[in-house]
Design a binder for this molecule. Structure first.
Ligand code: GDP
Ligand code: MG
Length: 162
């Protein structure tokens, strides 16, 4: 079986955009309004000749009751299935309480975690990415899933962790 890479994080941080960037095609559903993405969709991806299963997650209604709890629950399921986790944070927003909750799930799992500091569309947002060292998950990999910035380095780190 192929190694499984799960992409987790709050709604609207750009998980599905990142999945599409990695796939090189627009297959995952990207929504301006958070909460519409289907739950746990698996895709087959290839990077540097190495194939892996890419797991997109989402589908919570952020206005709904117990949103944070459902995000952590979803992360737990995805992490259980994963060999490596890509944790996506919106660097322009910074770490929220919900992000901290996901971090606790990730730590407990013992799985390798690659931190993607997304929405770093230009050099002026690099400092936002660096602030995410505070999450204690190691180096924040600055990426712009929208424009492709940094996605190659991120994938190198992901495949190194498999
Ligand atoms: P998800 O809910 O985490 O899957 O997030 P989506 O991939 O659906 O993206 C949510 C919104 O963020 C969409 O409007 C995307 O176009 C936008 N977005 C995603 N990545 C980036 C990025 O790198 N930069 C900017 N500026 N916007 C992004
Ligand atoms: Mg999504």
């Amino acid at each position: 079986p192929l190694p499984v890479v799960a992409v987790v994080g709050r709604p609207n941080v750009g998980k599905s955009t990142l999945v599409n960037r990695i796939l090189g095609r627009r297959e995952a559903v990207v929504e301006d309004v958070p909460g519409v993405t289907r739950d746990r969709v698996a895709y087959e991806a290839v990077w540097n000749g190495r194939a892996f299963t890419l797991l997109d997650t989402g589908g919570w209604d952020p206005e709904g009751e117990g949103m944070a709890a459902r995000i952590t629950a979803q992360a737990e399921v995805a992490v259980t299935a994963a060999d490596v986790v890509v944790f996506v944070v919106d660097a322009t927003v910074g770490a929220t309480d919900t992000d901290e909750g996901v971090v606790r799930v990730l730590r407990r799992s013992g799985k390798p975690v690659i931190l993607a500091a997304n929405k770093v569309d230009g050099p002026s947002a690099e400092a936002d990415a660096a602030a995410l060292w505070n999450l204690g998950l190691g180096e924040p990999h600055a990426v712009s899933a929208l424009h492709g910035r940094g996605s190659g380095d991120l994938l190198d780190a992901v495949l190194n962790a498999v």
